[in-house]
Design a binder for this molecule. Structure first.
Ligand SMILES: [Zn+2]
Ligand SMILES: [Zn+2]
Length: 178
């Protein structure tokens, strides 16, 4: 059986990663393993933006795909962007194997609010399932509660469940050959 591989990109909290690993096993019913050592994100840094280019990360992540990799999901604390947007929470290869999620802007501290670890966990999980959904060829969903709804602000993420609506779940099942 293939496994979902989690790749820390930069200095990711080990407790957070382990929590996420267990939640994703529950959610996708598939083995989930954390890859070591972590990938240094410095290669994707652009000083003119003071951010990291997510598409360059996805390209580099290709080297970490193994024959037993079902999907490769990068988790990073650094701020991601693509040139046409001020930032992205994550990016995925549509129908491909790699996706990446940043929790930089999922932390309450980013908005000047007190730390909220349970909320952070919920947001990260939601975004991980969302990006994995894109690798299963799912596009954005009109149902604002569905994990595949698009979100450009954390308030929108907080409106979503971390699960697929029934229509997206059917499409995901059809694609998800382990
Ligand atoms: Zn999306
Ligand atoms: Zn949906």
């Amino acid at each position: 059986m293939k496994a979902l591989h989690l790749l820390p990109i930069g200095n990711v909290d080990p407790g957070l990663l382990e929590w996420l690993r267990r939640e994703l096993i529950e959610g996708f019913r598939i083995p989930c393993e954390i890859l070591h050592p972590e990938l240094d994100p410095a290669f994707a840094y652009h000083p003119e933006r003071e951010q990291f280019h997510s598409s360059e990360m996805l390209a580099r992540m290709q080297e970490y795909v193994q024959p037993k990799t079902w999907r490769l999901l990068g988790i990073t604390p650094v701020d991601l962007y693509i040139p046409i947007l001020t930032f992205v929470f994550g990016e995925a290869q549509m129908g491909g194997q790699c996706s990446v999620v940043s929790y930089h802007r999922l932390r309450q501290e980013f908005y000047g609010l007190p730390t909220d670890i349970p909320l952070l966990g919920r947001r990260i999980l939601t975004e991980c399932v969302h990006e994995l959904g894109h690798t299963l060829d799912l596009t954005h969903c009109q149902d604002y509660r569905c994990v595949m709804a698009s979100s450009h602000a954390v308030e929108w993420i907080d409106l979503k469940e971390w699960t697929f609506c029934s229509s997206c779940a059917m499409k995901a099942e059809a694609q998800a050959q382990f």
